[in-house]
Each structure stands twice: as C-alpha cells, then as structure tokens.
Design a protein around this ligand. Structure first.
Ligand SMILES: CC(C)(COP(=O)(O)OP(=O)(O)OC[C@H]1O[C@@H](n2cnc3c(N)ncnc32)[C@H](O)[C@@H]1OP(=O)(O)O)[C@@H](O)C(=O)NCCC(=O)NCCS
Length: 217
C-alpha cells in the first residue's frame, strides 16, 4: 500500500466532505471547505491512497433533479459550498483522510483530523499529524494546540503519542451533547528535544508505510 500526504485543493472537496460527514455526523453547520481553502490562515492536507483511483462518482450523494438545478445555479454564481459542490470525482485519487490547521500568530490550532473508517488503524492519522506538525514549523508556529472530546480516547492516544499534553477542560464545549473538550498542546515544536522525538516517530511511520511523508506546504 502507498499513502502520501499533499495539500488539499478544490477538486478534493466532495471526498473530504464525505469523510467529514462520516467522522463528525452531528457537527452543524458542516464546514464550508471552499471558503476555508481560500483563507490565508487555514491549511488543509489530505492523505491519498496512491494505489487506488475512484472509478465512479458513487461517493457523491445522489441529488434530486431540483437539487441538481439549484446546485448548478449556485455553481454558476460562484456560491457553491460543501453541500452544493458539483462533483466529478471520476478517475480522481482516493482520499482516505484529511487534517486542517488554523494559524494564529505563533500557534497552529488543529481544527480537524479524520480518516475514512475503512482505512483507520493503518497509521494514516499519524501520517497526517506528522505532516501537520511539519507544516506548522514551516509556518513559524511554536506550538500546536487542539480541542478533543473528553470521550474520544483514540484521538487522545494519537495526540499523546506526538507529545500533546492535556492543559485544561472547556466545559460543555460541544453543543450537540454538551460534552466537555480536553484542551491539548505540544511543547515547543521547534525545540531540539521535540524535533528529535518527531524524527524518530516519522522514521517509524515511514518504515510502516514504505513511503515518504512530505512536509507539505
Ligand atoms: C483519530 C483518528 C484520526 C486516528 O486515525 P487512524 O488512522 O486510525 O490512527 P493511526 O492508525 O495513525 O493510529 C495512530 C495512533 O493513534 C492511537 N489510536 C488510533 N486509534 C486508536 C484506538 N482505537 N484506540 C486507542 N488508540 C488509538 C494509537 O496511539 C495509535 O498508535 P499505535 O498504532 O502505535 O498504537 C481516527 O480514529 C478518526 O478519523 N476518528 C474519527 C474522527 C475524530 O475523532 N477525529 C479527532 C477529532 S479531535
């Protein structure tokens, strides 16, 4: 298997929307990927399966004739977003995960990370997180921060592996079920100690995938 990580582009929106809906079904409203991709403060990366192409547009939700018409008009007006994107994913790379950051001065905030359910537990989340940390260094961030649901133990384990520590709780942060968020942050990501540990983990991850993890920018 060969996975790689690259910056997301507008053609990826239908597949990333699909992964987002699968991973965060209660999040409302869904992110407007088109708007976020044009923001200078936001960066999205996608993980792609090099060995597979999508062979049809079956991953795109079917529309009624009326929905297609509305989507077409919105597209012509340049107002399409995640929910109205007119998609043609035939012969596109298969996207298996994505991650995003929001840059705030010298802090990179991990706003989202998700891997398709059928591709989890293969180190793709790790590949994405490594690429996000590398990108954060390139963008002159000193730390990476995030919020994670208190119940989301698997994500917390991933973050802990990469040196994120719990530094606080935001009570009833998630509006769908009033769940608390755990606030996590790294040490200084440019420090020798952090970089040494990151390079060790990256080497192990690359060995696992036998593929490079680019410091995508
Ligand atoms: C969190 C998520 C991105 C992890 O992606 P993944 O590709 O399955 O993770 P990886 O295979 O790279 O695992 C990396 C590490 O994460 C941790 N981890 C991942 N899944 C885990 C699980 N079910 N239980 C415990 N730890 C887990 C482990 O530390 C693992 O390292 P190891 O393989 O050395 O044990 C994925 O589970 C996901 O998309 N979840 C739904 C969306 C989500 O909750 N995102 C986080 C929002 S804050």
């Amino acid at each position: 298997m060969g996975y790689s990580v690259r910056p997301m582009n507008a053609d990826d929106i239908p597949q990333v929307s699909e992964i987002d809906r699968e991973a965060f079904p209660t999040e409302w409203p869904p992110p407007s990927f088109k708007r976020e991709l044009s923001s200078s403060m936001v960066r999205y990366l996608v993980a792609v399966d090099e060995s597979r192409r999508t062979v049809s547009n079956a991953t795109v939700p079917k529309r009624s004739m009326w929905e297609s018409l509305v989507a077409g008009v919105r597209h012509m007006l340049g107002r399409d977003d995640a929910s109205t994107q007119v998609a043609d994913v035939q012969d596109a790379q298969l996207i298996v995960g994505y991650a995003s950051i929001w840059m705030m001065v010298d802090e990179s905030h991990l706003t989202s990370i998700a891997v398709r359910q059928g591709h989890q537990h293969q180190g793709i989340g790790e590949m994405l997180l490594i690429a996000i940390i590398n990108l954060s260094v390139q963008m002159k961030a000193q730390v990476v921060t995030l919020e994670v649901r208190a119940s989301n133990r698997s994500a917390q384990a991933l973050y802990a592996k990469y040196g994120f520590k719990s530094v606080g709780i935001r009570r009833r942060y998630y509006t769908d079920n009033s769940e608390d968020a755990v606030v996590m942050t790294t040490d200084k990501i440019t420090s020798v100690a952090y970089q040494t540990k990151l390079r060790e983990l990256e080497a192990k991850c690359m060995e696992r995938h036998k593929a490079a993890v680019p410091a995508s920018g």
